[in-house]
Design a protein around this ligand. Structure first.
Ligand code: AP5
Length: 237
C-alpha cells in the first residue's frame, strides 16, 4: 500500500489493525474533476479507483452488449438505466482488490443507486466528497478535455496541455475528445446532473458523511483540499 502522509504517519501505518474498509465517493457535475483526482487519490490510499464512466467506455470499445446498451444513453447525455449500472458496479466491487475499500467516481448518480449501495457500506467508513465548480468553468473544462486512448491520462487544451499536440506525455498514445463532450450533449448532461444526481448532496449530508470542496482552483490545490478532507476520517480507521 502506498504511503499517504497523515500527521506524520503514512496512511497504512495510521490505520488500526481492525480497520474498516474506506469508501470515498467522489461527487460533482461533469467536469468537476472526479476523474482527475480519483486516480492519484487511489494511489495515495492504496485502494482501487472505480469509474462507472470508464467501465462503460471499456465495454463500448470492446463492443460488448453492455457497451452497446450504454452507448446510446451516454451519447445522448442521459444516464444508463440503474439496473445495468448496478450489476456492473457490484460485480466490480465484489473483486478481492476492493476488500480494503475503493474510490467511486461517477457512482452513485441517482438516489435509487445510492440506496442500492447502502447495504454494502454497512461495515465501511464512508466519505462523500462533493467537488463544487461554477457552470461556465465546467463547460470550459469539458470542451477542452483530451484523454489518452492507451492509458487514460487526462489533459486539458488550456490547463494541462500535452508536450506534443495529440500525443500522451506518458505513453505516446493518441489523445482524443469524448463524443459526449460536445457542447450540446454537455448541456443535457448538466440538466440530468441537476435533476437526478444533485439530490445526493442532501442524501449524504443527512448521513453526516458529506465534505464540500471548492474545486475551482488549480488541480494541485484541489487535490490537497481533497486529501485534507479525508485525512481525519481515514486516520480514525
Ligand atoms: P462519466 O465518465 O462519469 O462522466 P461525468 O460524470 O459527466 O464526469 P466527467 O468524466 O465528464 O468529468 P470529471 O468530473 O471526471 O472531470 P475530469 O476530471 O475529467 O460518465 C459518462 C456517462 O456515462 C454519463 O453521462 C452517463 O451516461 C454514464 N454513466 C456513468 N456513470 C453512471 C451511473 N452511475 N449511472 C448512470 N449512468 C452513468 O476533468 C475534466 C477536464 O477538466 C479535464 O480536461 C481535466 O484535465 C480538467 N480539470 C480538472 N480539474 C481541473 C482544475 N482544477 N483546473 C483546471 N482544469 C481541470
Amino acid at each position: 500500500m502506498l504511503g499517504m502522509m497523515i500527521a506524520g504517519e503514512t496512511f497504512a501505518s495510521s490505520r488500526s489493525v481492525v480497520e474498516k474498509p474506506i469508501v470515498v465517493i467522489l461527487m460533482g457535475p461533469p467536469g468537476a474533476g472526479k476523474g482527475t483526482h480519483a486516480k492519484p487519490l487511489g494511489e495515495q490510499l492504496g485502494i482501487p479507483h472505480i469509474s462507472t464512466g470508464d467501465l462503460f467506455r471499456e465495454n463500448i470499445q470492446n463492443q460488448t452488449s453492455l457497451g452497446q446498451t450504454a452507448k446510446s444513453y451516454i451519447n445522448a447525455g442521459r444516464l444508463v438505466p440503474d439496473a445495468v449500472v448496478l450489476d456492473m458496479l457490484f460485480a466490480r466491487i465484489d473483486q478481492p482488490d476492493c476488500n480494503q475499500g475503493y474510490i467511486l467516481d461517477g457512482f452513485p448518480r441517482t438516489v435509487a443507486q445510492a440506496e442500492a449501495l447502502d447495504p454494502r457500506l454497512k461495515n465501511s467508513r464512508v466519505i462523500a466528497v462533493n467537488l463544487n465548480v461554477p457552470d461556465p468553468l465546467l463547460v470550459e473544462r469539458i470542451t477542452g478535455r483530451l484523454a489518452c486512448k492507451e492509458c487514460g491520462k487526462l489533459y486539458h487544451k488550456k490547463y494541462s496541455a500535452p508536450a506534443s499536440q495529440g500525443q500522451c506525455d506518458l505513453c505516446q498514445g493518441t489523445l482524443f475528445q469524448r463524443d459526449d463532450d460536445k457542447e450540446e450533449i454537455l448541456k443535457k448532461r448538466l440538466e440530468v446532473y441537476r435533476a437526478q444526481t444533485e439530490p445526493l448532496i442532501e442524501y449524504y449530508g443527512k448521513k453526516d458523511v458529506l465534505r464540500e470542496i471548492n474545486a475551482a482552483d488549480s488541480p494541485d490545490s484541489v487535490f490537497h483540499l481533497v486529501l485534507d478532507q479525508i485525512a481525519e476520517p481515514v486516520a480514525r480507521g
